[in-house]
Design a protein around this ligand. Structure first.
Ligand code: FES
Length: 79
């Protein structure tokens, strides 16, 4: 599975780096390196919605505060 986090300027300001760090930590903690490919992308066109990410062709929006919850409820469910 591929998760691509937007690192465009608007999402960067809203904390995309922290979101990426959180995902990296969780992937390591849960030893999912073989199952999840984490990448970055430029603007996904939904700047208003906070830190955007694409997973399985769908766009989601998270914040540094909700990234862990998103990972547990949405990402782990799909693995
Ligand atoms: S900068 Fe992230 S969606 Fe535009």
């Amino acid at each position: 599975m591929k998760i691509t986090v937007c690192i465009g300027s608007s999402c960067h300001v809203k904390g995309s780096r922290e979101v990426v760090e959180t995902f990296k930590r969780l992937i390591e903690e849960k030893a999912l390196q073989d199952k999840i490919e984490l990448g970055g992308t430029f603007c996904l066109g939904s700047c208003r919605d906070g830190v955007c990410l694409e997973m399985d062709g769908q766009i989601y929006s998270v914040t540094p505060a909700t990234a862990e919850e998103f990972f547990i409820s949405e990402v782990l469910k799909k693995i």
